[in-house]
Write a protein that binds this ligand. Structure first.
Ligand code: F0G
Length: 461
């Protein structure tokens, strides 16, 4: 990294309130990990020192957002905060209609139910766990059409989230447009390492979709972070604001699902947004059944207010520079130390390449699961497996899906941790890497039916 330029990502905010962290002993960590079945999802947060499990709902809100909570209008119907949020979504995402939901998967559930018929096929730029599950529960099958580079942890392609338009065209040819309710496009692509999609590629997807009369649905969960990468690396976009780019991205799609718990700097919330009146009509009918009335969708008025304020804050370029800058600071520290990570460093997380890190472990001994557990033992840092456990089983054969990527995700909550925390993190990973050859695999001793990574239990071999 350019050391002379280090100040460029310094945070445009200061700390007003602190939350004490507990330093836990090695013995306590061993006990906690065994109690959690070697699954970091099952640890208690009070047993964790640095919590890098997820960037979802773990953000620090600003003083303005906290003030916004006090302006919550907790009316059952027609809350003032809903209209504020609707105006901000229209202004910055550009869709005509807003359906609030309690979080992202609420929106995924609704859109999957409305658009997917049994036997349908949904192509997309790599699966996400909840997104694909809702597509499957509605009777659909997800087909991955991301570019090959996304599966290669060493490729430094700047837009590894791009759709392979040839693969997409082949899927449409094979199944026919009538079987494809929509193309599912994520920005940035979580499971590929927080990798962005380019505007040019999204335009290509839109053109192809339009030719066949297929809809494009954007997973806008981290679209603002994606916009930053477009501004920085896609020619012709340097002069645009993040807001310009976000609006342009959304304009190439028909609808979006949103987990506001990421980009929007809040602790809970989500929405579905779309242009089509008929689609809106159906989603609005269903939201009442599964989430809540169409002007609150499972949220309190105050939550919608915090989201509306968060939209403006997250589009601030100085904030976004510090956000991505922090992740890159850690990434560069690890790269300098020779640790195998997914390159280039993505938007919300660093992904350790567990296949390369623990080369001696076969994939069915859950190397990424083991590495996440080991990092916790080392220093109380909580990370997350994104490999064979997360990929689940094949619907037809019942065998493990064996993804090419076997990763451990170190995810960065927004505006939460300091640069000194980042240094501790880098030191800890290096320490585990030094003694990697002594680390043994795991066996799974309990496996839940859905989204098994959340609750599965393991024992060391
Ligand atoms: N889409 C993406 C790309 C996500 O990363 C998530 C959640 C969702 C949809 C679902 O949203 O959690 O609000 O229901 N990702 C979290 C994570 C859980 O840790 O990556 P949700």
């Amino acid at each position: 990294m350019d050391k002379t330029n280090r100040r460029s990502w310094a945070e445009p905010f200061k700390i007003k309130m602190v939350e004490p962290l507990r330093i836990i002993s090695r013995e306590e960590r061993e006990r906690a990990l065994a109690g959690a079945g070697y699954n970091t999802f099952l640890l208690r947060s009070e047993d964790v020192y640095l919590d890098l499990l997820t960037d979802s709902g773990t953000n620090a809100m600003s003083d303005r957002q906290w003030a916004g909570l006090m302006m919550g209008d907790e009316a059952y119907a027609g809350s003032r905060n809903f209209y504020h949020l609707e105006a901000k979504v229209r202004q910055h995402y550009g869709y005509k209609h807003l359906v609030p939901t309690h979080q992202g998967r609420g929106a995924e559930h609704l859109i999957s139910r409305v658009l997917i018929k049994p036997g349908d096929v949904i192509p997309g730029n790599m699966y996400f766990t909840t997104t694909r599950l809702h597509q499957e529960l509605a009777g659909g099958t997800f087909v991955d059409v991301i570019i090959d580079e996304a599966h290669d942890t060493e490729s430094t392609h700047p837009f590894k989230g791009d759709v392979d338009l040839k693969k997409l065209a082949a899927v449409i040819e094979k199944h026919g447009a009538a079987k494809i309710p929509y193309i599912s496009v994520a920005a940035t692509v979580n499971m590929a390492g927080g990798q962005p999609i380019s505007l040019g590629n999204l335009r290509g997807v839109r053109d192809l979709a339009r030719k066949y009369g297929i809809k494009v649905v954007l997973d806008a969960t981290r679209a603002m972070e994606n916009a930053f990468f477009i501004k920085r690396s896609e020619k012709g976009n340097e002069g645009k604001t993040l807001a310009d780019i976000l609006l342009e991205m959304c304009s190439l799609t028909d609808a979006c699902t949103m987990s506001a718990k990421k980009d929007l700097l809040v602790n809970i919330g989500g929405f579905l947004a779309m242009n089509d009146d008929a689609l809106f009509e159906e989603a609005r009918n269903l939201v009442v059944v599964y989430e809540g009335l169409h002007t609150y969708g499972g949220l309190a008025g105050r939550d919608m207010e915090a989201m509306a304020i968060g939209i403006e804050e997250a589009l601030d370029l100085d904030y976004m520079k510090s956000r991505i800058g922090q992740v890159e600071y850690v990434g560069n520290g690890l790269i300098e130390a020779g640790i195998p990570i997914v390159r280039p460093v993505g938007g919300h997380a660093i992904f350790l390449d567990a296949r390369k890190f623990l080369q001696h472990l076969p994939q069915d001994q859950f190397p990424a699961q083991r590495l996440a557990a080991e990092l916790y033992l080392e220093s109380g840092i909580r990370s997350m497996e994104r490999g064979i456990v997360s990929a689940g089983r094949d619907k037809a054969t019942g065998k493990h899906n064996c993804p090419k990527l076997e990763l451990v995700r170190l995810t960065f909550p927004r505006r939460v941790y300091t640069q000194a925390h980042c240094d501790v993190l880098v030191e800890s990973v290096i320490e585990v890497f030094r003694r990697r050859e002594k680390i043994r695999g795991l066996k799974m001793v309990y496996e839940p039916k859905y989204l098994r990574f959340f609750q599965a239990r393991f024992e060391p071999l």
